[in-house]
Design a protein around this ligand. Sequence first.
Ligand code: ATP
Ligand code: MG
Length: 224
Amino acid sequence: MSLKPLRIVLLGAPGAGKGTQTSRLLKAIPQLSSISTGDLLRNEIAKKSEIGSVASKYIADGKLLPDLFMAQLVTNELRQRNWLNRDASFLLDGFPRTANQAEKLDSELESNQANVNLVVELDVPPSVILDRISNRWVHSSGRVYNLQYNPPKVPFKDDVTGEPLFQRPDDNPETFKVRLDSYFKELAPLKQFYIKKGVYDKVSGDTSDIIFPKLLELIKKRFS
Ligand code: ATP
Ligand code: MG
């Protein structure tokens, strides 16, 4: 499937399945690559870099990192990957998270004629999400499993590498509530920003299997 350049932002509450949808989209659309800011930051923490040491303090509490810090991080990443041009296709998972981040990203992309051309909100009921999070196990690569819906082939081992899976320290109920509250607080202005740009859309569903075909259809329709 060959599509016009797509520059997609996925919005969704923590646990809404941004990571899962991203990996499915990457399989379905070969021209697409992605950046997940959560994975990026967790890598930095694992490397014990300076960025990682800043990030760990915020992440452990479920708090958002400062907008300017995040905007610079993502802009650097986009530049390094040579994605700041009108022919590039990419998907951003976990950024922007605030209207302020969206504005910063927009001005960077605008000056490179590479604006975001689709923003999709993954709309999953909070009750479903809360239920899900205690079953989430992850691999250091960012691969995500759900013990109920999407279990690893061998219990608690990554399908690809066989390495052990772990639970994210910020997936405990207390921190999770902080993250969920912050998501809904930031969502309204962020959404407004992209509605004004005419690129906003939303896909609803209780499971990733329900959401994925709708999401793929939406993308095909807009970019064929
Ligand atoms: P999920 O991975 O389930 O979608 P999430 O969206 O809350 O959950 P990540 O995207 O993995 O989690 O991010 C983890 C943490 O990293 C956040 O709680 C926050 O502290 C930090 N973070 C990631 N992206 C951003 C961002 N764009 N702005 C500020 N902080 C961020
Ligand atoms: Mg994620």
